[in-house]
Design a protein around this ligand. Structure first.
Ligand code: ATP
Ligand code: SKM
Ligand code: MG
Length: 212
């Protein structure tokens, strides 16, 4: 963890080491973005953050600015699955039953480890008990709670998007079915309203700071 150093001395670095001082050099591998890392959250879990919520709630969109603000790596679990399977999500869904898709999704969730990652998950992860228990063991799970009318504006074509939903069901049906699951797994909930992604990211950073 880095602390902002301040003090007298005009910003100059001074050393009391003698001229023949030979520092004991060793290689320290540091990921560049971690220079801006927040301190650990001190609840015993590793430093990762997972975003859960309805499709269209902004997990992928908010995950990027959130990762940038925390100095963490951005990991979209849908992309992890697409890369691993060598197929687009829609192709994976077309090739498997919903249960088969969820089994694949769970295996990818279980492969995540961090540390210092923001995981933007798929909307369907809350059906996966083992996968969710694993995510929770990796750090706080944050539910992006977005009102139904906003979701409806963002989700014009559920089929094209690829969503695990029974035939004939609406976004409202899906939201009613999943809300208790998102609430069950969440450590923190953000009431996103229709706020822009940067606002949501800032809100999350603020709430995480409060847990230190
Ligand atoms: N806070 C926001 N303000 C305005 N538009 C947003 C916001 N968050 C997301 N959007 C828009 O809504 C759409 C869906 O967002 P996004 O893909 O991030 O959702 P998601 O939660 O990752 O969905 P999925 O579960 O399908 O992966 C995108 O077009 C995105 O630009
Ligand atoms: O909410 C859902 O059912 C899904 C959302 C996407 O992120 C993908 O994970 C997948 O297409 C399923
Ligand atoms: Mg997404």
């Amino acid at each position: 963890m880095l602390k902002q150093m301040s003090g007298k001395g005009g910003g100059k670095l001074t050393s009391s080491a003698p001229n023949d001082y030979k520092p004991n050099l060793h290689v320290v591998k540091v990921d560049a973005p971690r220079f801006f890392s927040k301190p650990p959250m001190n609840d015993g879990r590793p430093d990762n953050v997972s975003l859960i919520g309805m499709p269209g709630s902004g997990k992928s969109t908010v995950g990027r600015p959130l990762a940038a603000r925390l100095g963490y790596r951005f990991v979209d679990t849908d992309e992890v699955m697409e890369t691993g399977e060598g197929m687009r999500l829609s192709e994976i869904m077309a090739a498997h039953s919903p249960a088969g898709f969820l089994e694949i999704e769970e295996n990818y969730l279980l492969s995540l480890s961090g540390p210092h990652d923001v995981f933007s998950t798929g909307g369907s992860v809350v059906y996966l008990d083992r996968g969710m228990a694993h995510l929770k063991s990796l750090g706080p799970v944050i539910y992006l709670d977005v009102p139904l009318d906003v979701l409806n504006q963002r989700l014009s074509d559920l089929e094209a998007r690829g969503v695990v939903i029974a035939p004939g069901k609406s976004v409202a049906d899906l939201e009613a079915e999943r809300r208790p699951l998102y609430e069950k797994w969440a450590d923190l909930t953000i009431q996103c309203g229709d706020h822009p992604p940067g606002w949501v990211a800032a809100e999350i950073v603020g709430l995480l700071d409060g847990r230190i």
